[in-house]
Design a protein around this ligand. Structure first.
Ligand code: MN
Length: 738
C-alpha cells in the first residue's frame, strides 16, 4: 500500500544519511519507483543518474561520502513523497550547474528538456540567496518572495528535499554554517513547508534545526521523551487497544496509533508556558484514521463517551479547516492514570493531505477528481484543482499553479541582501524611497543586477537594486508619472511643494521689491513692520508671515501693490501711481529696458514657470512673465502679441540670468521651393543634432511650400546660428519664428 511507503519516509530518510555507496542508493530509488503505481521512465532516471555521477566525479561532501550521494538522497526523498518524475530528475541534477565546472543550464536542457531545466534553474536561484534574518517580519517577506517567485511548485518541493538532506548531514560543517542553515530552515523553510501543507517535512526541518539552534534543550527533551516512551509503554499500548476495541465493537474500520509529540513542539510549549518539562501534560497524541467523514464523528462520540474530555480543547477542523487546508477533529481526554492525551481523528485522505500537502496530489492522480468536500482542504488551491485536475496531468497542473495571493507584490534586494517588498510595477525610485527618503531625493540612476538602468525601469522578483545618488540631485515632477508607491508619491509631492514655496517666496519678494523701488522705499524697511497688519487689512487669515504674502503675490492671488498698506504717505499718491501704471502697459513696447532690470530666473528650476506655447521663448530671448491665476508664471517673448490683452498688473519683467533649462522648444516656419526641399531641411536638422518634435508641411499654390517645425534648442545663440545656416540652404527661401 502506498501509504505504507509514505509512512516509512522518516525511517528511510534517516538511513539515507548513513548509506555511502551511490549504487545502493540508486537501487533504493529504483525500488521505490517500481513500487509506486505511477508509471515512470527507467531509462531517463538512469540517464540522469549517470549524468550527475559524471558531473560530480571527484567531488566529496564535507561528511566524506561521494557528492553524488546528496542528489541521490534528494531524489529518494522526492520519490518517497510521491512527487513526479520531472522533480525526481531535477533533484538528481539540482547542484550540477552551481557546483560543477563546464556545466550550464543549456547542457541540462540539451539532455533533459526545458521542463526539468526550469525546475533546476528555480532551485539554483533560491539556493544562491542567503538569508540572514533578525526579524520575524523579514522572514515572512522572504517566505512570501520564495513562494511568489516560484511559478512551479515543484521547485519548492525539490528545494525542501535538498534542505532536508543538508540538515541530516549538518554535523560535518563549520559551526557558523550549521547555525546559518539551521536558523534559515526554522525561519524560512519550515513555515513554507507548513504553508504548503507538507506537515511531515515541516516536522523534520524543525526537529533537525532545533538540534543545532538549541542543542541543550534539544538533547534534554530528546532524552526525556525516550525515557517517557519506555516508562509509559503500557499506557500507550492499553490506550491504543481500548480505542481499537471500541471501534471493533461499533463496526468502525480504522487505524489507531500513538506517539509522543514532536520535540520542537514540546520545546515551543515549554517556551510559551514556562512549565518545566516534567510537569508538561498533553505531550501524547493518538491518531485514529477512518474511511469516511461520518466515521470521524462516530469515533469522536465513542471516545467522549468512554473518557472524560476537556470541552475547551475540542476543535472541529473538519467543518472549519485551518488556513493551510488542514482538516481533523482534535479532542483532549484524561487517561485512566490522569494524563492528558490528545486524540486526532480524521479520514485517511485528510491524513495524507495533512502530512504530505501538495505532494499528496499525486496520490489521487488516478482518481477522476477530488470530491468537492475534500478539494476544500486547500482553500487556496481549491479553484485551480477544480479547474485543472480533470483535463491536465500533474506536471501541467503544478506548473500552472501560481500564488495569486502574491501577484500584486514584487520582492527585490538591496546590495547587502536586505529584502524590500514593493507593489508590482514599482521602479527604482520607489525602491529608493522605501529605504530612506533621503536616498529617494538624491537618486539619479540605478544599477539593477549590476546593469545601469533608467529610474522608470519596472522591477522584477529577485532583482538586486543599487541606487546611484548625486548630492546635487532633486526630485523631479516627472517622477510622479511612473512611481508606484504612496510613500514615494507623497514625498516627491511634499518636496515639490516646499521647493515651489521657496521659489514663490523669492519671486513674490522680487515683485514686492519692485513696487517699493518705484516708490523709492527701501525693502529693508519692510522687515521692521508687523505682518499682522497686512493679514488684518487684507482679511487673509492664512497670512502669518511676509513669506506667506510673497507666495500669494507670486501665484497671482494678491497684487504686490498691497504692500503699500505699510506706507500710507505713499498711498496718498495712489492716483498718481494708477496713472503711472496705465502708462505701464505701453512700456511693454520698449522691451529692452525691462529686459535689463527684470527678475532673474536663476535657480527657479521651472517649477513655477511655464513657457508660453504661442511664442516659445528660448533662453536669451527678451522675456516677460505673466502671473497667471494659480498656474505660476507663464513666460512669453516680449514681442508676443498676447501680452497686449493681459492686465498690466500681472506682467513681470524677467531675465534668464543663470537659468539653465535645456532644451527649449521653439517653432520655425520655413518657406521652401523645389522637390527635395523637405529632405534637404530634415537632413540639415539631423546633422546639426536638432531634435524635431513635430513637423507640418503644406504646399502653397505658387509652387512654394511651407513647413512648420517644432524643434528643441539649448539657447538663442544656437537658434540664430541654425536659422542662418538654414537660410543658406538652396531650397529655403525664408525662415522665421512664430
Ligand atoms: Mn543540494
Amino acid at each position: 500500500m502506498k501509504t505504507d511507503i509514505l509512512h516509512s519516509a522518516d525511517y528511510q530518510s534517516h538511513t539515507l544519511t548513513s548509506e555511502k555507496n551511490p549504487d545502493v542508493l540508486f537501487d533504493t530509488l529504483i525500488h521505490l519507483l517500481d513500487n509506486r503505481t505511477i508509471p515512470y521512465d527507467k531509462n531517463l532516471i538512469t540517464k540522469a543518474y549517470s549524468f550527475a555521477l559524471q558531473a560530480h566525479q571527484g567531488q566529496f561532501r564535507a561528511s566524506g561520502e561521494p557528492y553524488i550521494c546528496h542528489p541521490l538522497a534528494v531524489s529518494i526523498t522526492l520519490a518517497l513523497y510521491n512527487v513526479d518524475q520531472d522533480s525526481i530528475i531535477a533533484g538528481m541534477l539540482h547542484d550540477i550547474v552551481e557546483d560543477c565546472t563546464g556545466y550550464t543550464m543549456d547542457s541540462i536542457e540539451k539532455e533533459f528538456g526545458a521542463d526539468i531545466t526550469r525546475i533546476v534553474a528555480g532551485v539554483t536561484k533560491i539556493t544562491k540567496m542567503h538569508f540572514s534574518t533578525k526579524e520575524e517580519a523579514a522572514a515572512e517577506n522572504i517566505r512570501k518572495m520564495i513562494l511568489a517567485m516560484t511559478t512551479d511548485l515543484r521547485v519548492i518541493l525539490v528545494k525542501l528535499a535538498d534542505r532536508l538532506h543538508n540538515l541530516h548531514t549538518l554535523s560535518s560543517l563549520s559551526i557558523a554554517k550549521q547555525q546559518r542553515i539551521a536558523h534559515e530552515s526554522l525561519e524560512i523553510y519550515a513555515p513554507i513547508a507548513n504553508r504548503l501543507g507538507l506537515h511531515r517535512i515541516k516536522l523534520q526541518l524543525e526537529d533537525l534545526s532545533l538540534a543545532y539552534t538549541k542543542p541543550e534543550s534539544y538533547r534534554q527533551i530528546q532524552t526525556w521523551v525516550q525515557q517517557y516512551e519506555i516508562k509509559e509503554k503500557n499506557l500507550f499500548e492499553e490506550t491504543i487497544q481500548t480505542i481499537k476495541n471500541t471501534l471493533a465493537e461499533n463496526s468502525v474500520v480504522g487505524t489507531v496509533y500513538g506517539r509522543v509529540k514532536q520535540i520542537y513542539s514540546i520545546y515551543k510549549k515549554i517556551q510559551s508556558t514556562n512549565i518545566p518539562l516534567e510537569d508538561l501534560h498533553d505531550i501524547i497524541a493518538f491518531r485514529v484514521l477512518v474511511d469516511k467523514i461520518a466515521d470521524c464523528y462516530a469515533v469522536l462520540g465513542l471516545i467522549h463517551y468512554q473518557w472524560k474530555f476537556i470541552p475547551k480543547r475540542f476543535k472541529d477542523y473538519i467543518s472549519l479547516p485551518k488556513s493551510n487546508g488542514y482538516q481533523s477533529l482534535h479532542t483532549t481526554i484524561f487517561s485512566p492514570f490522569g494524563d492528558r492525551m490528545e486524540v486526532q481523528i480524521r479520514t485517511k485522505q485528510m491524513h495524507e493531505l495533512a502530512e504530505y500537502g501538495v505532494a499528496s496530489h499525486w496520490l489521487y492522480k488516478e482518481k477522476e477528481r477530488l470530491d468537492t468536500n475534500d478539494a476544500r482542504q486547500y482553500h487556496w488551491l481549491n479553484k485551480i484543482i477544480e479547474e485543472k485536475i480533470i483535463e491536465e496531468d500533474s506536471a501541467t497542473f503544478l506548473q500552472s499553479l501560481r500564488f495569486e495571493l502574491f501577484q500584486d507584490e514584487v520582492f527585490v534586494f538591496t546590495p547587502n541582501g536586505a529584502l524590500i517588498e514593493l507593489p508590482e510595477g514599482s521602479c527604482p525610485v520607489d525602491f529608493a524611497y522605501a529605504i530612506h527618503s533621503e536616498l529617494g531625493e538624491k537618486c539619479t540612476g540605478a544599477r539593477i543586477n549590476n546593469v545601469i538602468k533608467p529610474l522608470n525601469t519596472i522591477l522584477q522578483h529577485g532583482d538586486i537594486v543599487e541606487i546611484i545618488t548625486d548630492s546635487k540631485r532633486e526630485p523631479s515632477r516627472n517622477w510622479l508619472n511612473f512611481v508606484k508607491t504612496g510613500k514615494a508619491r507623497t514625498k516627491i509631492k511634499a518636496f515639490l511643494r516646499k521647493k515651489e514655496r521657496a521659489e514663490s517666496i523669492l519671486l513674490g519678494k522680487s515683485m514686492v521689491e519692485k513696487v517699493l523701488k518705484k516708490h523709492k522705499i527701501a525693502f529693508s524697511r519692510l522687515a521692521k513692520k508687523d505682518s499682522k497688519l497686512l493679514a488684518d487689512t487684507l482679511e487673509h487669515s492664512a497670512l502669518k508671515t511676509f513669506d506667506d504674502f510673497f507666495v500669494l503675490v507670486a501665484n497671482g492671488t494678491l497684487s504686490p501693490q498691497k504692500i503699500m498698506i505699510y506706507f500710507p504717505e505713499s498711498l496718498c499718491e495712489e492716483k498718481h501711481i494708477d496713472k503711472h501704471s496705465e502708462q505701464h502697459s505701453k512700456e511693454y513696447s520698449l522691451p529692452e529696458k525691462r529686459f535689463t532690470e527684470g527678475i532673474s530666473l536663476a535657480g527657479m528650476n521651472d517649477i513655477l514657470l511655464e513657457y508660453a506655447s504661442c511664442c516659445n521663448p528660448v533662453n536669451g530671448d527678451a522675456i516677460v512673465g505673466y502671473i497667471s491665476r494659480g498656474r505660476g508664471v507663464v513666460v512669453h517673448n516680449v514681442y508676443c502679441s498676447h501680452l497686449n490683452s493681459y492686465e498690466p498688473e500681472r506682467l513681470l519683467s524677467l531675465n534668464w540670468e543663470g537659468h539653465a533649462n535645456s532644451p527649449y522648444r521653439t517653432k520655425l516656419i520655413l518657406r521652401l521651393s523645389g522637390d527635395s526641399s523637405l529632405q534637404e531641411v530634415t537632413t540639415f536638422f539631423t546633422k546639426a543634432h536638432i531634435l524635431i518634435e513635430e513637423a507640418n508641411f503644406k504646399t502653397l499654390s505658387n509652387g512654394f511650400a511651407e513647413a512648420q517645425f517644432t524643434i528643441q534648442v539649448p539657447d538663442i545663440a544656437f537658434l540664430y546660428k541654425a536659422i542662418q545656416e538654414l537660410e543658406q540652404l538652396q531650397s529655403v527661401k525664408e525662415v522665421y519664428r512664430t
